[in-house]
Design a protein around this ligand. Sequence first.
Ligand code: CP
Length: 351
Amino acid sequence: MAGLGLAGRNLLTTLDFTPAEVRGLVDLALSIKAGDVRPDLARKVLGLLFFNPSVRTRMSCESAMARMGGSSIAVTAGKDTWQFECREGVVMDQNTQEHVRELAPVMSQFCHAVGIRKSELITTSSSTATATGTYEEIRGDDFIRRFAEFSDVPVVNFESNTYHPLQGLADSATMVERLGDPRGKKYVLTWAWHLKSLPAATPHSQMISAANLGMDVCVLRPEGWGLDPEIMGATRERVESLGGSLSETDDIAEAYRGANVVCAKAWAGLDYYGRFDQEARDKEGLRKDWIVDEAKMDLTDDAFFMHCLPVRRNVVVTDGVLDSPRSAAIQEAGNRLWTAAAVLAALTGAA
Ligand code: CP
């Protein structure tokens, strides 16, 4: 099997990889799923560091390591571990006990790759939240980037404030499975109402997942809930280089019309960061119009429905859509396993 040439690389966002490299990972994932390729990660160890809860990311990566003959060590930061620091020159006389300057090279001696989930927004509730810095400060994903700087082994972003690349790769694999050649197909990423202010990491990576396939990508969101403009710009450049397009609208019917894929996700308005009570008040009126339901799906070109899970039933999507053959959500979650396997094999030099 020819290697993908990705050994030693970090995966913080797929925008750091060329479209051909991304496609190589997707194809490898589908080959592993089909049983055509069996990467050997015997005696390799993955370290998993979680600052936030997870089902799919943790279990898919641990399962992938076990199936390829390797093993994994998962810890919950701050509960199983010390409290970590990443700022430079800080006087550590408060709650943090260990700096990434020591943590990363130490973990590099125990593990062949490290995955980190750290999002300041992930558990934020609109009514009770307090902001951690400004959005401009948290969008830099300082902890993961600093850890990667001092790590001697590949670092995989398990979801930060800005990106969730493993979700994006699983979404790409699902669309390739369902559509064959996704070029020229219409992909709609729709905002959904949610009681919490959730990070935009997943919708960013979902938008990029369709861009990486050269699709016609439409971001459907109310005014005030646009995605990160810099990430939109990089995504537009990526998708146009592949012959696709990126548009944005708040016209629900127009967006659904002719869609081949509808992917739903709730995310916080970036301009509202730190003003969560205000956001909750301003979005209350959007609650009923933005749910994915049967009537909206009937406007599409027989689109299938995607969601990264977990999903709040009858808030983001109706039971009628989620339980119908139109839903690809379970297949999409299953592909987290195969895309994780592909990434871990490629970055550790096993594929
Ligand atoms: N979609 C996703 O990342 O799921 P978890 O939060 O359960 O890992």
